[in-house]
Design a protein around this ligand. Structure first.
Ligand code: FAD
Length: 411
């Protein structure tokens, strides 16, 4: 069975490409080969099942690794065009205040179904449980080698994703399809991932979510900052604000040079003076012990942990016994709770892979693999990773579009 185009990997980029190509197929044979029993397993998990499919603020500055590839992709297939595309396949979009875009139904399944059904309606074959193990050049065409069969194809799109989230199909193996043929791969490391810290005090507040500012300091210098929800866990910190800055930690983790500290501001909207005067006022409350000094200002357990970190103890003391120096220590801890970072939760907890097939291997106007005529690559397999907020899926859609247009041009 020979194909005009084989798409390797039925994830976000692969399925979008299936639709782009299917719309212009005009009788040509196109297949998606997917190693899993179903396509789009990771897509189903995006945005906690709601699929943050793009971000109206997306520009190249939201990307790392090779942002120029993201720039090339997004300037050809923009966020607006992406939203029109999804509307055209039956997914109406809702834009949130922060720029994040979701399907109106807030169901990742709606995005996956629309892509899959549209691709199938256009005649694209979706072949699951078929892992591609190698690509072999045969004259001007390609032989796509799978575990138990091979398929000849005139053109091939590699959209095998990255190594993040192995439980959802992520694997470092897919890169080999291109590295075995001489392509350079930039070192892989996890991004948008939970952060491990020294846990002495954090464990006491595990499961509690707070709105805080997280500042990462490497050797004292501010390396990244984000404000939003922080979740305390038994290994350290999670939640959107932490995931947003986590790339710095993962990059540090593979080099382990210097030290990195996460500083939490538990009341980012309050300045030191306001907090100082409010705690002074609380220290005058009759009949209260330190146990409840911060209750109502912070989550009760977080407040008690702050006092332990600040070494203002025992909690059974009357609040009236607080000294000015102790109040200053409490304020300092609330505004700058320092947690030495020990690493990340690795690819297992990560949403995205930093690193991948080097930008030098890719022609940015076509996403063709320069050294392999007839082979293209799109999505997370490339050395492009975006921030948290819909940017990674946007790169998947845009890069798939650019590669598809080039494939159509060369039918
Ligand atoms: C929990 C979670 C939540 C996320 N939420 C968001 C979000 O809300 N917004 C956002 O923008 N991004 C999000 N991401 C990131 C986003 O899902 C990915 O960046 C995106 O799916 C990448 O698309 P892709 O097509 O390159 O890879 P994938 O979607 O991973 O697809 C690759 C496909 O290729 C298949 N495959 C791999 N190797 C082979 C092979 N050898 N042969 C055949 N098939 C193969 C895989 O099984 C997979 O189906 C999230 C990621 C995770 C893990």
């Amino acid at each position: 069975m020979s194909y005009d185009v084989i798409i390797v990997g039925g994830g976000a980029a692969g399925l979008a490409a299936a639709v782009f190509l299917g719309r212009c197929a005009d009788g040509r044979r196109i297949a998606v080969l997917e190693k899993g029993p179903r396509v789009g397993k990771k897509l189903m998990a995006t945005g906690n099942g709601t699929c943050n499919l793009t971000n109206i603020k997306a520009t190249a500055v939201d990307y790392h690794g090779a942002p120029r590839l993201a720039d090339a992709a997004l300037s050809t297939f923009s966020v607006a065009e992406t939203m029109d595309f999804f509307t055209s396949i039956g997914v109406d979009c809702a834009v949130r205040e922060d720029g994040k875009v979701y399907p109106l139904s807030e169901q990742a399944g709606a995005v996956l179904d629309a892509l899959r059904l549209e691709a199938q309606a256009l005649g694209v074959e979706i072949i699951c449980d078929t892992k591609v193990t190698a690509l072999k050049q045969q004259g001007t065409a390609w032989c796509v080698v799978c575990e138990s069969t091979t398929y000849p194809a005139r053109q091939v799109l590699v959209s095998v994703g990255g190594a993040a989230a192995p439980a959802l199909g992520g694997s470092a193996e897919g890169y080999r399809l291109l590295t075995d043929l001489g392509c350079e791969k930039k070192p892989l490391f996890p991004s948008i991932v939970q952060v491990r810290t020294v846990t002495d005090f954090v464990r006491a507040v595990k499961g509690i979510r707070v709105d805080a500012t997280v500042t990462l300091r490497t050797d004292g210098r501010v390396a990244a900052q984000s404000t939003g929800e922080v979740l305390f866990t038994d290994y350290g910190l999670s939640g959107p604000a932490v995931m947003f800055v986590s790339r710095i930690v993962a990059d540090w983790e593979r080099q382990k040079k210097g030290e990195i500290v996460a500083c939490l501001d538990l009341l980012p909207d309050w300045d030191n003076d306001k907090l100082l005067s409010r705690i002074r006022q609380r220290s005058g409350l009759k009949g209260r012990t330190l146990e409840d000094l911060l209750t109502g200002l912070l989550h009760k357990r977080v407040g008690q942990t702050v006092l332990r970190v600040a070494e203002v103890l025992p909690l059974t003391r009357e609040v009236e016994s607080l000294t000015e120096e102790e109040i200053a220590r409490i304020v300092k801890t609330i505004k700058n709770w320092k947690l030495p970072v020990t690493g990340t939760q690795g690819f297992g907890g990560a949403q995205v892979t930093a690193g991948g097939i080097a930008a030098t291997e890719i022609e940015p106007s076509t996403f063709a693999v320069k050294r392999l005529p007839g082979v293209y690559a799109a999505g997370e397999v490339l050395d492009v990773d975006g921030n948290c907020g819909g940017f990674n899926l946007q790169f998947a859609w845009s890069s798939a579009y650019v590669a598809s247009q080039a494939i159509i041009h060369n039918w």
